[in-house]
Write a protein that binds this ligand. Structure first.
Ligand code: NI
Ligand code: MN
Length: 225
């Protein structure tokens, strides 16, 4: 399985049998992404919430390659009302797709679409594929139930925001890593705009100080998991 980081909260997972999943494809309007929407061809688009920096170029991509959207119910309805294929789920529920299993978790944030439609509750997502558990927290503040998520799931990779202002900053994100106890933490949602500037190496140092592993991915970097 491969994990590619476009920057911000946008990641691409490619499974061993070639299924391509993109989470929160914010590419063309994203000044830090070296990859643009015309360069990607996902089979699935997973949205954590409806904000413009997460919904991003989803519809432009879908016009070209017809992916299946996976989102919470209200956002899935919004996607479907725009003419795209969507699988409706909700927080706490999991489902087996042909790439593996996907479960939505809580996140503390908002979720209005760019054209002011209600996007449902914001979410995080746990993706299980090729015997790995990847937890993408979505945009969220720190919450104590992350401990429960860590107790009930052996998380291999935790992707979490460190940019502050709209989400957890570094101090809260370090506590989130302590709660979830992943094998590896990967920071996201930083340095896209001046208001979310943060030093991922400071985060890495502080996670390392707890005896935990952290990987700072370059924007555009792809790694084998
Ligand atoms: Ni957001
Ligand atoms: Mn965001």
């Amino acid at each position: 399985m491969k994990l590619k980081y476009f920057s911000h909260s946008s990641f691409q997972i490619t499974t061993d049998d070639g299924k391509v999943l993109i989470i929160d494809p914010f590419l063309d309007g994203n000044p830090t992404s070296p990859v643009k929407s015309a360069d990607v061809s996902p089979d699935f688009i997973i949205l954590t919430h409806a904000h413009g920096d997460h919904l991003g170029d989803s519809f432009k991509i879908a016009d070209r390659c017809d992916p299946l959207f996976i989102c919470v119910n209200e956002l899935a309805d919004y996607v479907a009302s725009n003419g795209y294929r969507a699988h409706n789920m909700h927080i706490g529920g999991a489902y087996n797709f042909d790439f593996g299993r996907l479960k939505f978790t809580i996140a503390h944030h908002g979720s209005l679409t760019p054209d002011n439609n209600y996007g449902g509750e914001p979410a995080g997502v746990i993706i299980t594929a090729d015997n790995k558990n990847i937890y993408h927290t979505g945009d969220t503040g720190l919450f104590y139930d992350m401990k429960l998520i860590g107790e009930m799931n052996e998380i291999d990779y935790m992707l979490l925001p460190i940019g502050d202002n709209f989400t957890m900053g570094i101090t809260d994100a370090v506590k989130a890593v302590e709660f979830v106890n992943p094998a590896t933490a990967i920071p996201m949602h930083y340095n896209t705009f001046p208001v979310i500037e943060a030093d991922p190496n400071e985060f890495k140092q502080r996670v390392s100080n707890m005896g935990k592993d952290c990987r700072v991915m370059e924007f555009g970097e792809e790694i084998e998991l």
